[in-house]
Design a protein around this ligand. Structure first.
Ligand code: FAD
Length: 291
């Protein structure tokens, strides 16, 4: 079936937040609106570094195969650029040592290829491609302080922290889990959207290491999964650009891995599968652990 691209609508769209959701939303809106402005309160580094507004960027992020395909459709050439920057291809079944519920999963060629990289690398490449679109502007260090509109009727723009107002035919809130839209909508006389909260109390401690994984012989994925209810700890390692690995250790319901090197290694040693502990011993740490 052929997809029809609707003609661009006259008018502006504003996206609050230049994280992955905001960037992808802005790309879609760019086909439909005359102008799209993406606002982020953070400074947005040109290089793939972690940033304050997305603290989870210092932890591993897995981009599943279909997610990459969708991003490639939105930003043609993205995959090649990521590979050029050092992202690593793995077959998610063949190149994975996964321990779960008392044993290892079988390994075989699956044909499902996953591209592994750091979240900052993905975000930086996507943002650069978005910024190259003629009708998109990404404004860093620009915090949104509220929505504007006719109370109870419609939202017609945003108000920035300095008081400037930006009118918009459509406002998309992609400001992440700290979103204040519910309060802003209430102030304008709209009912707040319903909210559901799932409490998992999951904790990650992550460290970057550089080197080779002898067990895998190349890039791949190591997972020692929890076996609830008694065993609530897990560990995982994923290859990323720069010949590095993200090693993350964690637990549920209050259990967590320490950030000091000895404590981190000890926690890994206690996982039911030794692969992650071996990787840590055979590689060189890059920087400090983050929690
Ligand atoms: C430890 C961890 C691991 C994860 N692993 C994965 C994974 O493997 N795969 C996966 O798909 N997902 C993973 N996630 C989830 C993923 O990180 C989030 O779903 C995703 O980052 C949400 O993207 P977002 O663009 O909605 O929000 P965010 O990435 O949080 O971006 C929000 C943006 O809005 C900006 N902002 C906030 N308030 C304002 C304001 N008032 N004005 C202007 N700008 C504002 C912030 O600066 C930020 O840039 C993980 C999350 C965590 C915590």
């Amino acid at each position: 079936m052929q997809q029809q691209t609707p003609a661009a609508t006259a008018g502006d769209a504003v996206v609050i937040g230049a994280g992955m959701a905001g960037l992808a939303a802005a790309r879609v809106l760019a086909d439909r609106f005359a102008r799209v402005t993406v606002l982020d309160r953070d400074s947005l580094p040109a290089t793939p570094d972690s940033r304050r507004g997305v603290p989870q960027g210092a932890h591993p992020h897995v981009l599943l195969a279909v997610g990459r395909e969708v991003l490639e459709r939105l930003f043609p050439g993205l995959t090649a650029e990521l590979v050029e920057a050092g992202a690593r291809w793995i077959d998610v079944v063949r190149d994975a040592i996964v321990w779960q519920l008392g044993g290892h999963r079988a390994r075989a060629e699956s044909g499902i290829e996953m591209l592994c990289m750091s979240r900052p690398l993905l975000e930086t490449c996507v943002r650069r491609r978005l910024q190259a679109l003629p009708n998109v502007e990404v404004r860093a260090e620009t915090a949104v302080a509220g929505l504007t509109g006719r109370p109870g009727e419609r939202v017609d723009g945003v108000e920035l922290a300095g008081g400037e107002r930006l009118p918009a035919a459509l406002v998309v809130d992609a400001s992440g889990r700290g979103s204040r839209s519910d309060g802003w909508l209430r102030e304008l006389g709209f009912p707040a959207p319903p909210e559901s909260v799932v409490t998992v109390r999951m904790h990650y401690t992550t460290r970057l290491v550089r080197g080779r994984c002898d067990r895998l012989g190349g890039p791949g994925m190591l997972v020692a999964a929890e076996s609830p209810p008694d065993h609530r700890r897990y560990g995982a390692a994923f290859p990323v650009e720069g010949d590095r690995w993200f090693v993350t250790l964690g637990g549920y319901h209050g259990d967590r891995a320490p950030t000091d090197a000895e404590g981190f290694q000890r926690f890994a040693d206690e996982l039911p599968d030794p692969a992650i502990a071996e990787l840590l011993r055979g590689t060189e740490p890059v920087g400090e652990a983050v929690a």
